[in-house]
Write a protein that binds this ligand. Structure first.
Ligand code: GCB
Length: 612
């Protein structure tokens, strides 16, 4: 065996990361590959627009023993009993899944719905800790088990978990009740105004996760920054336990013949291993290595890719080579079923569409997508831009709102920090240029860099000009690693050929990226190209844009046009051409390619030849 040197580096950088981890979410990393029992399936529900199950008639939150609380476990057997609620199979709903797509009465519903199911559990394994893990619930989840409140979580697109005290568990018929509330609010993230459907419900997987008393809560394993150039590469990172302990943790990457026993005395350890043979991850060759992390009591496996992403001299580089992002923006939605995407199959479908376009990158807009997506991107070889829903005009003056944004940021990074495909964390989209906003957003950029030094940080900025030199000067560009701009020359302003009169510059010596560009094309509406909403108009738009892309300066790093599929949006109210749909998709409601698809694909084929 080649000599593998391990050196324990507790650098200042890593210490900073540890400090943040402590303050951070207690999210268990990689639940999909741990011992778990799925609680997906059929649940029962009560629609509760007045929140009667939660508040009494004085609008006081109900207490644990309140007979009218909808999480109450009491049996009402007596014929004199008065009970004004109940769960029954007649009102059943699938989890995971948004409620909007499951019954007509839910289509526009925004409010509270109570979810209930029961489960049995083998309690003989009393030495295990049990956590209840949700992939995501939109927006607020109040979680109760056997009449006890486990916690409340806000944020519709990030995972969370609660430990279940063994004392409240029973072998049979544990009563799990979740109040889900998707009401939009001014001081939440996102705020009340978005251009997507506010799908409510338990939208992602639910699992019981079984772990030993002391367990590996999370870890970071990646190629050391800059190590791609060295002959002998370094894989580094840290492993964090749920609590302080004296524990031997074995880290193994069998294919690289790495096996190291790390002695943890405390709650975490940093490591650094030298190895020469690493095949680096790229979109052409998305090599993933099996990684095993084990203690006496558990063994966790993961699949991790090793690569180096950086900005050098204003250029975006992967493993030392300049890359061009042939991207496409994607909502987490399956249009032909008008529902949120949530499964591995959905991920294969959406990313398969992106592959058909010859894309090498997806912008997962405008919120963190489910874990199946980022894992599929890892193995399919697609770069990912992952973003928190700091969208348009949220309350930038509020510290509470900033704290909410930071929580979502931490939760996003915490779940996905080991995904090689994710090269960009975005802290928001099209936020208006004001002093308060730039301060707010720069704090999010700083927080991102504190939590993860191995990726690029971005925010989608705006540009409204339709002729002349468009110089991106947004002060937020000084903080981000790339200058990403949304532009719609010829759709929101002018006609598509306006883009012939535009050239681009930025005052920052950074890669310039079009995070959006697009136009609506109503599938099947065939007309001359001047007819707005026709497929020909959209096709023309893309042709003109491609002409402009070809004149971009040397720091042009790519684009992620808007958008892969037509998607639902209540803002889009044209009575025949929209009917609640934003039709900027390159694929229509039924997954059929529009004319514009072929224009972008041809451009991507060309760019692939140029850069790969
Ligand atoms: C944008 C937004 C995106 C919208 C899109 C549109 O700039 O970032 O969320 O859906 O424009 O279609 O207007």
């Amino acid at each position: 065996m080649k000599t593998i040197k391990i050196s324990l580096i507790l650098s200042v950088v890593l210490l900073t990361v540890f400090n943040n981890l402590k303050a951070q979410t207690n999210l268990i990393h990689n639940v999909l590959n741990r011992k778990n029992i799925s609680l997906n399936g059929t649940w029962q529900y009560i629609i509760d627009p007045y929140e009667t199950g939660f508040y009494d008639y004085r609008r006081e939150e109900r207490k644990e023993n309140d007979r009218e609380a909808y999480w109450n476990t009491e049996k009402f057997d007596n014929k004199t009993d008065k009970k004004e609620f109940g769960f029954t199979d007649k009102y059943s709903i699938k989890v995971p899944g948004d409620w909007n797509s499951q019954a007509d009465k839910f289509l526009y519903y925004e409010g509270s719905v109570w979810y209930k199911r029961t489960f049995d559990i083998d309690l003989s394994k009393t030495n295990e800790r049990i956590f209840l893990h949700f992939g995501a619930v939109n927006y607020q989840a109040d979680v109760y088990l056997n009449g006890k409140k486990l916690g409340v979580h806000k944020g519709g697109f990030t995972a969370f978990n609660y430990e279940i005290p063994v004392s409240i568990l029973k072998a049979k018929e544990n009563l799990l009740v979740v109040k889900v509330d998707n009401k939009r609010a001014l001081d939440e993230i996102p705020t009340i105004n978005t251009d997507w459907w506010n799908y409510g419900g338990i939208t992602r997987d639910v699992n019981l996760v079984f772990v030993p008393q002391t367990f590996v809560q999370t870890y970071s394993i990646s190629l050391a920054k800059g190590s791609h150039v060295a002959k002998s590469k370094t894989i580094e990172g840290w492993i964090k336990l749920n609590q302080k302990a004296n524990e031997n943790v074995t880290l193994e990457i069998p294919e690289l013949k790495i096996k190291q026993v790390l002695k943890i005395d405390g709650d975490s350890i940093a490591f650094s291993v030298k190895t020469s043979a690493v095949q680096l991850w790229s979109t052409k060759s998305p090599k993933l290595y099996q990684v095993n992390i084990s203690t006496n009591a558990e063994k966790i496996t993961d699949k991790i890719g090793f690569r180096n992403v950086e900005v050098l001299d204003g250029k975006l580089m992967l493993n030392g080579k300049q890359i061009f992002l042939r991207g496409i923006s994607v909502h987490e939605e399956i249009p032909n079923e008008i529902r949120r995407a949530y499964s591995a199959k959905d991920a294969q479908h959406l990313l398969g569409q992106a592959k058909e376009l010859n894309a090498n990158m997806v912008r997962l807009a405008h919120y963190p997508h489910n874990e199946h997506m980022t894992r599929a991107a890892d193995s399919l070889g697609l770069f990912v831009w992952s973003e928190i829903p700091v969208y348009w005009t949220i309350d930038f003056s509020s510290n509470e709102v900033l704290a909410k944004a930071k929580t979502q940021l931490e939760e996003m990074i915490s779940r996905d920090r080991n995904r090689a495909s994710i090269i960009i964390w975005s802290v928001g989209n099209e936020t208006p240029v004001t002093e308060a906003r730039t301060l707010f957003m720069s704090k999010l950029v700083a927080k991102t860099k504190e939590l993860d030094q191995s990726r690029i940080v971005a925010a989608a900025l705006e540009s409204f000009g339709i002729q002349g030199v468009q110089t991106v000067e947004d002060p937020l560009g000084a903080f981000t690693d790339i200058v990403a701009v949304n532009q719609y020359i010829g759709w929101y302003g002018g006609l598509p050929d306006n883009s012939r009169k535009v050239s681009w510059a930025t005052k920052y010596n950074k890669p310039l990226f079009f995070s959006e560009t697009g136009a609506e094309g109503f599938s099947g509406l065939r007309a001359d190209s001047l007819t707005r909403f026709s497929e020909e108009f959209q096709e023309w738009y893309y042709k003109e844009q491609v002409g402009m892309f070809k004149r971009m300066p040397a720091n042009f790093a790519g684009l992620s046009p808007w958008i892969l599929n037509d998607f639902r949006s209540p803002r889009r109210n044209h009575p025949t051409l929209q009917e609640g749909w934003n039709n900027k998709g390159l694929f229509d409601h039924d997954g059929k390619k529009k004319l514009a698809f072929y224009v972008l694909k041809a451009y991507y084929d060309e760019m692939e030849k140029k850069f790969d």
